[in-house]
Design a protein around this ligand. Sequence first.
Ligand code: ADP
Ligand code: MG
Length: 249
Amino acid sequence: MSILQLQGLCKAYGGIQALNGAEFTIEQPGIYGLIGPNGAGKTTLFDAIAGTVIPDSGRVVLGGRDVTGWASHRIAAAGISRTFQECRVLLEETCLDNILFAAQPKGLGASIAQVFTRSAGHRHLLRDEAMRLLSLVRLQDYAGALAAELSFGQRRLLETVSTFITAPEIFLLDEPASGVNPSLLEVLADFIRTMYAERPRVFLLVEHNMEFVMSLAQDIIVMHQGRVLERGSPAQVQASARVVEAYLG
Ligand SMILES: Nc1ncnc2c1ncn2[C@@H]1O[C@H](COP(=O)(O)OP(=O)(O)O)[C@@H](O)[C@H]1O
Ligand SMILES: [Mg+2]
């Protein structure tokens, strides 16, 4: 059974066909790259997987279960965690609390009681893990600072590490390297490698920084005009004439 299967996804915004038959299957854990020109539909694809957008047609199948049209909190509970291209952090909360918030169950099914009945020991463990994640991207000194005090790139790192406080099966990272200071790109790449080594699941990375994504991912999916144009190893997609024409050229 596949981990994630996308079948013929379509989504139009007015006259714009953001997704136009996008489909692929992920059979095994791994770090996957999702690339393509601006407007290719990458973020909309993430939205359709994560349940923030309901596709006009097509299916999202998660571990054999059709989850198309499920509310985003149900999809999150089923094992998908994501970041947002525009970077969503809670600016008026501390960096530590941002991560702890990401650890809480979401949606109607998650009662307040569920959050508060967690034992002190459990809260302690979560806090330690949040501190470890912050240290891995050199944000430990900002644990008690408001996220508003961070640079855009640091907020991006904060959002990325927050997705790793829970234990989903699929991570959708939308341009994790964009805005990140070049001196921290290797720190971010190492962070992703470390997370994968600790818990090998499906990591799907939308990225425009080719060096970054090609060094991390073994399998690259190229999107163009709402569908998949090519898929293969970094060397294969870089050598593909249609990828060069549509995107890399
Ligand atoms: N909420 C929206 N309303 C209108 N058009 C949208 C919306 N989201 C995306 N689009 C359009 O759909 C197309 C695909 O966008 P997107 O999925 O963001 O592409 P990518 O992430 O690959 O750059 C673009 O033309 C974009 O302008
Ligand atoms: Mg996008």
